[in-house]
Design a protein around this ligand. Structure first.
Ligand SMILES: *Cc1c(COP(=O)(O)O)cnc(C)c1O
Length: 392
């Protein structure tokens, strides 16, 4: 195809959001600039309070990125050499990267095919099969709430509780996602020992640079995290422990404070877009395409899924992407290589075939544009072009 595509549909367009909030954002940023207080301060405190209120958690600790949230959470549990941390092999690299950076061993358990999240039955089977001296090494489990939908936390907490293992939620893609647990409707990041969030610009709540946050209901742990956020100095310049510089930038906190009140409406627009894609796909009855599954759709939740990504499972994925790209539709693969097949983790000794569901997901999934301001006609165009591919 050489002709110019009839339409261009980007994977993400942050301009409409910027245009709507530009004045307010500028004012909030200039407030920090004019204050000359460029480290921590009132914007950071206000953001922590606001996010804690939104999540329904006791403590929120603003940090420098989602990656640093995960790293600091593990440091808060004193994870280090000789320790093991169990997670899914199908996630963004940071989930396992932070474990290895601390000298601990990432251990993988496969995902569930419908949710793309850590499979609790496989987790239980794995832990039950470990000899006692190996179980003692497992310091944490990191379930990932991939694409914006919570992992099955009741089941994961039950297995973790049996062995006294901490649970760190990687909620980087799932701020505001709800879970219909035994203890009632709760938000992602309040379901385990700690929750880790990212405000990377492409997340549902995005900063204008890097930022992140840790949530917890454990006061003693929150104190440790705050100390380790500033190199472990408490009081300043007196170090009982070693931390790092994991502070959130107050300019990013100011940006996030402007955006947070809009988050629910953005979730709603993403959910409407997702429902529209799913209905268009159903109309076409394409057997080659499987839309995302809402695991808690029947539980009366407002946000059983926040659709940070709308990920479909398809046949002939790479050819489809090429077809869509030539027709102006941008897509992405989250993620093309599972952790156990990454070169840097070859020392862990895993083989291809060890985690068949993760490998299948890496080979068969593709994310379609789903940002809030996406128009109906753009969505219709995407599905038309997708239909054209399978008809041709
Ligand atoms: C975005 C993301 C992170 C890392 O967040 P950064 O803010 O980019 O460091 C970690 N885990 C998952 C699942 C993510 O999607």
């Amino acid at each position: 195809m050489t002709a110019k595509p009839a339409m261009t549909v980007p994977l993400l367009d942050l301009k409409p959001q910027l245009q709507a909030l530009r004045g307010e954002l500028q004012e909030a940023i200039m407030e920090v600039v004019d204050s000359t207080g460029y480290i921590m301060g009132p914007k950071v405190e206000a953001l922590e309070k606001a996010v804690a209120g939104y999540l329904g958690t006791e403590h929120a600790i603003g940090v420098s990125s989602g990656t640093d949230a995960l790293l600091l959470a593990l440091m808060g549990l004193e994870v280090g050499e000789g320790d093991w941390v169990v997670t899914a092999p199908f996630s963004f690299f940071a989930t396992a990267g932070v474990v290895a950076r601390l000298g601990a061993r990432p251990v993988f358990v496969d995902i569930d095919a419908d949710s793309f999240n850590l499979d609790p039955a496989k987790l239980q089977e794995y832990l039950e099969g470990l000899p006692a001296q190996e179980i003692a090494k497992v310091k944490a489990i990191i379930p990932v709430h991939l694409y914006g939908q919570c992992a099955h936390m009741d089941a994961i907490n039950k297995v973790a509780g049996k062995y006294g293992i901490a649970v760190i939620e990687d909620a980087a893609q799932a701020i505001g996602a709800e879970y219909p647990g035994a203890s009632g409707r709760r938000r992602a990041g309040t379901l385990g020992t700690m929750g880790c969030f990212s405000f990377f610009p492409s997340k549902n709540l995005g900063a204008m640079g890097d930022a992140g946050l840790i949530s917890t209901n454990d006061g003693a742990l929150a104190d440790q995290l705050r100390i380790k956020r500033v190199h472990g100095g408490s009081p300043k310049y007196y170090h009982k422990v070693i931390g790092g510089n994991f502070r959130i930038d107050p300019i990013q906190a100011a940006v996030l404070l402007v955006k947070l009140p809009h988050l629910e409406s953005w979730h709603q627009q993403r959910r409407e877009n997702a429902a529209y894609y799913t209905s268009l796909l159903a109309e076409r009855g394409l057997a080659q395409v499987k839309p995302p599954q809402e695991m808690y759709g029947g539980a009366g939740l407002t946000n059983p899924h926040i659709y940070n990504q709308y990920v479909i499972r398809v046949q002939r994925r790479d050819e489809l992407r090429q077809h869509l790209s030539e027709r102006g539709v941008s897509t992405e693969i989250y993620y093309p290589v599972s952790f156990h097949e990454q070169e840097c983790f070859s020392y862990l000794g895993y083989q291809s075939g060890d985690f068949p569901e993760s490998e299948r997901a890496a080979a068969e999934t593709v994310a379609l544009p789903i940002y809030p301001e996406l128009t109906r006609s753009m969505q219709e165009y995407v599905i038309d072009m997708l239909g054209e591919f399978y008809a041709g």
